[in-house]
Design a protein. Structure first.
Length: 630
């Protein structure tokens, strides 16, 4: 289980005194202070699996702070595990080979030439009743981040990572907070480029996800009518090409991506107007005797226009834009919170950044989730979680689940509209490609239903199966009874907000109900896709039957005509041109009619008799099958 580490008393520094910038003080400059040289290499001992229970019991009596690692030691431990082979260990680490090689490279030089050193890469929030502005770090602030101390005893921190990380940043964060490398491996799953590397090890057992969680956020992209693909065949071909582009995009990420770049996990073209960009938020909870830490690693970082390019670029460049993730909670537009400043024409009250004019954003494609870490404290205050997180820090992760849930709502609404259009088209005739479209939508729904199910399990692990859940809930209830939260009132009413009752969207029970509803809705839409596909197939079979009947009628007419012309052609071939009237022989012309008429009548009699006999035999066969015992 990952846990936060505690430095020795001699080296402990106040986080507020570290030379870092805050998100709300953009004019303040930070200093790069060199760190001390590396200390002695600590020899790490891997605990034996048989001693786990004994060590857990002894830990309850006497808790010792965990030893911290240097970034180099953290990388060496991953490399050591990756070198374990199937022939020498019961716990082989071949799935860590690609990650270990990437972390161990001396100089990471991505091939992507776009560079933006002003992008806020890491945001650190202190979860306390009197929390100050969050500390923000850019790619160049690595030395300043190394001076930040892990959460002290009784303290809680929430760390946001906005986009891709370099090996230096990743090893620094992992060693400082003693993150489980499995958390990194699962987020960077595209590093394993072959079956021999990952070995179908993911997804793993549900019990291994108690501290490592994953959420999927969806962004709907709309493009201009002038660049739409209207023909169904072109749409199917476009989807096939995009699937191949995504495979190449994931293979090149490890060489092209740089700090802060946005990553895209899946890209889908819904129709000629809408596309879907799917990204992840990986969550890791680390709790120890020193303190509590939550890590949220987001795929949403820099603008998609300056990140590694994929098939979505052509959609965005076609006068496209991304829909925002619209959220709602009771009285959100009239709530009074202590952390929200008065509305200013140049300042968004819920954002730490100044408003951007339209002219400065003409060629940018902003996403709702990219600003979530910068506005997190205001958001916590808005939904009445700001001071409650100091008592139960797990509550600070609820807005991330809510954001993912609302993005899932947008996706479900879009796909439901698409399914309705496909099903309604059956009334006027099923268009070509409708079955393919429904199958494509069903695959997307299957994938997102799995995401909703994983989120439900993550909520259960986070708020029910954690050992500290009972104490946190008890302390929170006692705090609510003693009225130590004067900042949670709604305006002048003076009553506790609806979210403190534990039944709103920003509460654990309400959030689990929302995800259950999303899961059931996804299943319902999958059933609608299956029913639509079955209906289209049945209708296609009926149309084919009608065509077969029409062809049989035409064949009957052709057979009737042939029954006349075949005898005549036979008689003509027998006599040829040997008639006196033709000047070729001595036979009179009446011989032709004398022979042709009887043969034609005989063939017609044979045709009628054979048809009646066939119908009688067919009737007998059908009746025999109906009355035969089964």
């Amino acid at each position: 289980m990952p846990s936060a580490s505690e430095d020795s008393a001699a080296g402990h520094q106040n986080p507020q005194a570290s030379p870092v910038r805050t998100c709300n003080s953009g004019n303040s400059q930070h200093e790069n202070t060199p760190t001390n040289g590396p200390g002695r290499v600590q020899h790490l001992e891997v605990p034996s699996p048989t001693l786990t229970s004994h060590r857990k019991s002894s830990r309850a009596k006497h808790v010792r702070p965990r030893q911290s690692l240097t970034p180099q030691q953290y990388i060496q431990s991953i490399s050591a595990h990756s070198s374990r082979l199937l022939t020498t260990s019961s716990f082989p680490g071949n799935n860590y080979v690609d990650l270990a090689n990437w972390l161990s490279q001396e100089a990471y030089t991505p091939t992507n030439l776009h560079h933006d050193s002003t992008h806020i890469l890491v945001v650190l929030h202190e979860l306390s009743s009197n929390a100050s502005d969050p500390q923000c770090f850019t790619e160049n602030d690595l030395e300043a981040f190394r001076l930040v101390q892990p959460p002290a005893q009784g303290r809680s921190q929430l760390l946001f990572v906005r986009g891709f990380l370099s090996p230096e940043w990743l090893s620094t964060i992992g060693s400082k907070y003693m993150l489980d490398p499995e958390f990194i491996l699962r987020h960077l799953d595209f590093f394993a480029g072959s079956v021999q590397r990952h070995g179908y090890g993911l997804p793993s057992l549900a019990s291994t996800n108690s501290n490592i969680m994953r959420l999927c956020t969806s962004t709907i992209v709309h493009r201009d009518e002038r660049f739409r693909v209207n023909h169904p065949d072109k749409l199917i071909r476009c989807r096939r090409e995009q699937r191949e582009e995504m495979s190449g995009y994931k293979r090149q990420l490890r060489n092209q991506a740089k700090c802060g770049d946005s990553l895209v996990r899946e890209f889908s073209t819904i129709d000629d107007k809408h596309s879907l960009v799917e990204q992840w938020m990986s969550l890791c909870v680390a709790k120890s005797a020193e303190g509590w830490l939550g890590v949220v690693w987001m795929d949403q970082g820099k603008d998609l226009a300056v990140s590694p390019r994929g098939p979505w670029i052509s959609h965005l460049q076609a006068n496209g834009f991304a829909f925002p993730v619209i959220q709602h909670h009771p009285k959100m537009t009239v709530r009074n919170t202590v952390n929200i400043a008065p509305i200013s024409p140049n300042k968004d009250p819920l954002s730490s950044q100044s408003r951007l004019s339209i002219s400065n954003r003409e060629r940018e494609y902003p996403q709702s989730g990219s600003l979530l870490p910068l506005e997190y404290q205001s958001l916590l205050a808005l939904v009445d979680l700001g001071r409650r997180c100091a008592i139960d820090p797990k509550l600070a992760l609820i807005p991330t689940f809510v954001h993912a849930a609302f993005s899932q709502v947008h996706l479900s609404n879009l796909i439901e509209a698409q399914i309705s259009n496909e099903v309604d088209a059956l009334a006027v005739g099923a268009p070509h490609g409708s079955i393919e479209n429904l199958q494509y939508l069903s695959n997307i729904l299957e994938r997102h239903s799995n995401h909703s199910n994983d989120a439900l399990k993550a909520l259960s692990n986070l708020f029910e199966h954690q050992s500290d859940q009972g104490d946190g809930s008890r302390r929170l209830a006692e705090a609510m009874n003693t009225r130590i939260y004067p900042g949670l009132e709604i305006g002048a009413e003076g009553s506790l907000p609806v979210h403190t009752s534990g039944q709103g969207t920003y509460s654990s029970p309400g959030l689990k109900d929302d995800y259950r509803e999303l899961l059931s809705r996804s299943v319902m839409l999958i059933d609608r896709c299956s029913m639509g596909i079955q209906t289209m197939m049945n209708k296609a079979m009926v149309l084919e039957s009608h065509k077969a009947i029409e062809q049989a009628e035409d064949l009957k007419k052709l057979t009737l005509l042939a029954s006349f012309f075949i005898p005549l052609s036979f008689v003509s071939s027998v006599f040829g041109m040997n008639f006196r009237i033709m000047g070729q022989g001595s036979l009179a012309i009446w011989w032709f009619f004398a022979v042709a008429v009887p043969i034609t009548l005989l063939s017609q009699m044979w045709y009628i008799w054979d048809s009646q006999k066939f119908r009688a035999w067919r009737k007998k066969e059908v009746l025999g099958k109906r009355h035969s015992p089964r």
